[in-house]
Design a protein around this ligand. Structure first.
Ligand code: PMP
Length: 495
């Protein structure tokens, strides 16, 4: 007990502390821009219609049992999850189960899928179901620390705060470094700083965490040209890309666009996605339609054999995939970890180690959320509904960005006129942020507002508007009803 008495008290995690403070606030017009969760136009949690329908379908399914999943999770779920990342090779159809029986081929995701749980599910991409994106980050950090043994892990500055904590706890021996990401003066990506840091400081097998899309907290992503430069750098220096994909479909509303960077890296490093579209299998009407609209499918299709030589020596890449945001399944904790290995490497060893780590940590992952995701993704109609749901969420946030920008700028104009009248004889007009275009140019759920710590503090204390200390605002908390209130509050604290 004496030892317990000496335990230092750590500060509460900021994101959860902000939510708790917001909940405890009795002010009727309070606004939460803290937690990264979607809210509808009424400021309420939104159960996606596709998810609602999937739950109804599950309830009507006879003899649905509650058995354990295998250690690696639900295989059909994992294949669908993997396809979302690397491209839809087995889009659902009424006979979708027959799609997974194609013959094994190098780089083919489904071909080597086995009913035997002790064997890898794919030749080159190993997939494990995880406790949402956090669990995938954790499993990846643990596995890489033990088996890739990088000298460093590079984390963007700024980033989702949990990246640092996950690596501190799961991989304490790996030295954490940051790479510059954000240029405050121009409110844009510090791409040169990022490249220079990796060029000068990263060594072979170092891990670099990359936000697949909708960077948290800045809302600024590299352009495709910049991703291309990065992929070449990773290939040349043999750096291990660790994609954190928590917002696929949320950034642009389009699943393929939001997966572009991951697919590009996969193509550059390994020559092909795990299931090239050249695979000989009959496409259903819906498959053909979807791939025709995908736009960038040819990125995934390259000749596996001819690129094998380039892959020698490259360590691989991995993806931590979360379904919390894009399915609105925050509490169900549905996610996946995908490890993509060079074709020359047998995945058996890595697979067995991931089984071991998972067994020790959770034995096997939870069933319910994965069942919902699987039900939606494997049903043509539900999947179409889900894509519409993604549009609903991403379009609403985009429209809120415009509304908020306009409302703040209007408020500031009024303030200025007022000040000019009052200070006509003496004094200068305050120099506040007057250009709010970044609200609109940033993408995803968050805006990196540029508000300072004292301004954030004042927003909370005077106006009951809650956001993160670094000025990150989760814009789903804004809607037509409160946008003028929020804008007036922001205009007041920056004045
Ligand atoms: N990565 C990033 C960048 C995130 O923003 C989040 C969600 N806040 C996650 C991972 C994982 O969240 P979860 O564990 O809820 O899937």
């Amino acid at each position: 007990a004496a030892r317990f008495a000496q335990i230092p008290v750590l500060p509460l995690d900021e994101a959860f502390a902000v939510t708790a403070e917001f909940k405890a606030d009795a002010f009727p017009q309070k606004v939460s821009l803290g937690a990264g969760v979607y809210r509808d136009e009424g400021g309420k949690p939104w159960v996606l219609p596709s998810v609602k329908k999937a739950k109804e379908k599950l309830h009507q399914t006879p003899n649905l049992d509650h058995e354990y999943l295998p250690i690696q999770g639900s295989d059909p779920f994992l294949q669908l999850a993997r396809d979302l990342v690397f491209g839809d090779s087995s889009l659902p159809s009424s006979n979708s189960s027959s799609n997974s029986s194609s013959s094994p081929s190098p780089g083919s995701g489904s071909g080597s899928r086995s009913k035997d749980n002790t064997k890898p599910q794919t030749k080159n991409v190993i997939s494990f179901q995880t406790i949402s994106g956090t669990g995938a980050n954790h499993l990846g950090a643990q596995f890489l620390a033990q088996h890739l043994r990088p000298k460093h892990v590079f984390i963007s500055d700024p980033t989702w705060a949990n990246h640092h904590l996950v690596w501190t706890v799961a991989a304490p021996d790996v030295v954490q470094k940051t790479y510059p990401y954000y240029h405050p003066a121009s409110r844009s990506l510090d791409f040169d700083g990022w490249l220079t840091t990796l060029e000068n400081e990263a060594v072979e097998n170092d891990v670099v965490i990359l936000h697949a899309c909708a960077h948290n907290p800045t809302g600024i992503d590299p352009t495709r040209e910049q991703w291309e430069v990065l992929a070449q750098l990773f290939k040349r220096k043999r750096l291990f890309a660790f994609f954190d994909s928590a917002y696929q479909g949320f950034a642009t509303g389009d699943l393929d666009m939001d997966a572009w960077a991951m697919r590009h890296f996969q193509t550059v490093l390994f020559g092909s996605g795990p299931e090239p579209k050249t695979e000989t299998k009959t496409k259903t009407e819906s498959e053909t339609e979807s791939s025709a609209t995908a736009g960038n499918d040819d990125e995934v299709v390259v000749n596996v054999q001819s690129s094998t030589q380039h892959q020698q020596g490259h360590p691989g890449l991995c993806i931590a995939q979360s379904f919390a945001k894009n399915f609105g399944l925050y509490g169900e904790r549905v996610g996946a970890f995908h490890l993509s290995l060079p074709l020359s490497v047998s995945p058996a060893g890595a697979y067995s180690q991931l089984l071991r780590l998972t067994r020790a940590e959770i034995s096997n992952p939870p069933l319910f959320g994965a069942r919902i995701v699987q039900t939606v993704l494997s049903d043509v109609d539900l999947r179409a509904q889900w894509q519409q749901d993604l549009q609903t969420m991403s379009l609403r946030i985009r429209s809120v960005r415009g509304l908020l920008r306009k409302a703040i700028e209007q408020q500031q104009q009024q303030q200025q006129q007022h000040q000019q009248q009052q200070q006509s004889s003496s004094g200068s007009v305050a120099t506040a942020i007057t250009d709010w275009s970044h609200l609109e140019s940033q993408i995803g759920m968050f805006s990196y507002t540029g508000l300072t710590v004292p301004q954030v503090q004042r927003l909370k204390e005077v106006h009951h508007v809650y956001l993160m200390r670094n000025g990150r605002a989760s814009l789903s908390g804004v809607n037509e009803h409160n946008v003028h209130y929020v804008a007036a509050a922001i205009a007041e604290v920056v004045a």
